[in-house]
Write a protein that binds this ligand. Structure first.
Ligand code: MN
Length: 290
């Protein structure tokens, strides 16, 4: 099989705050990057950051979403989500929350109250996964995926393990249900550990270095907190940990549909965006208490 070559290694840019609880680097900024990263339309990465103790949990208050899914992966810290469709819950280190906003929800995202009282190291990813046009107006859904439910595959020679959140690694399927083919893994390698990953040539593929550094395809160094984007020119790539590493691997089949995006809404046409604003303003997204 042919090698997937590297298109670009991106360092974490200047962070910005989402509400007062998420200090993030957006690795999929702007419409052109969204198109290129199809079906991944946003990647907010809260690199390790210490939040001080507080009795007033930090986060982001009630806001709407329509047309896509939000996937939150907790590496450090604990967050609580609530949405207007009745979904929600608390996720902690190693857990994943997969929320399908689809036709529309209101939700809020805060640090967990108990965790906030002590504060500490916080590290999280929020990824937006686009929905196919035919599914954008389907019913909202919520998948809380505790770490214990995540399929773990041991690598040979004690190189480490692969957590399969969604998709399939060497015949092992993740529990998350998706609307289009998505692979999402946490590859955990010990220093010197190496593995090969393989996805169809046309899939949009990238990795985020959540912990440690790695050598990719035996030539390129990927430092901590950097994002590596692959070209659509082959199937396989290798990662070798230069120190103990955690690598978030994303690979998905492009939807190849038009994107009309504004703030919390991602649709296919301008008219659908206007409809989303109108529905939100007339209360059609339901109700959620502040
Ligand atoms: Mn949100």
């Amino acid at each position: 099989m042919k090698t997937k070559n590297i298109e670009k290694v991106t360092r974490p840019g200047t962070p910005h705050f989402v509400g007062d609880g998420f200090r993030v680097h957006n690795f999929i900024p702007g419409t052109s990057t969204m198109q290129r990263m199809d079906p991944f339309i946003m990647l907010d990465y809260n690199s390790k950051f210490n939040f001080p103790a507080t009795d007033k949990p930090k986060g982001v208050g009630v806001h709407p979403h329509r047309g896509f899914e939000t996937v939150t992966i907790a590496y450090k810290g604990r967050v609580q989500h609530d949405d207007s469709s009745g979904g929600g819950g608390i996720i902690g280190e190693g857990d994943v929350q997969w929320m399908t906003a689809a036709s529309g929800v209101l939700h809020k995202e805060f640090h967990e109250t108990e965790w906030s009282k002590t504060g500490g190291a916080f590290q999280m990813v929020q990824l937006w996964v686009n929905l196919p046009a035919k599914d954008k107006m389907s019913a909202p859904k919520y998948q809380a995926i505790a770490n214990a439910e995540i399929v773990k595959v041991s690598l040979p020679e004690e190189a480490g393990e692969v957590e399969v959140i969604a998709g399939e690694f060497q015949g092992n399927k993740g529990v998350a249900s998706t609307f289009s083919p998505i692979n999402m893994f946490n590859v955990k390698l010990k220093k010197g550990g190496k593995t090969q990953l393989s996805f169809p040539e046309n899939y949009t593929t990238a990795i985020l270095m959540v912990e440690g550094a790695a050598k990719v395809n035996e030539i390129v160094d990927a430092p901590e907190d950097h994002f590596v984007m692959f070209k659509n020119d082959g199937e396989t790539f290798t990662v070798e940990a230069l120190e103990d590493a955690v690598i978030l691997v994303l690979s998905g089949e492009p939807l190849n549909e038009p994107i009309a995006a504004h703030g919390p809404f991602v649709m296919n046409t301008k008219e659908e965006l206007q409809e989303a604003f109108q529905d939100f303003n007339t209360g059609k997204f339901g109700y959620l208490e502040d």
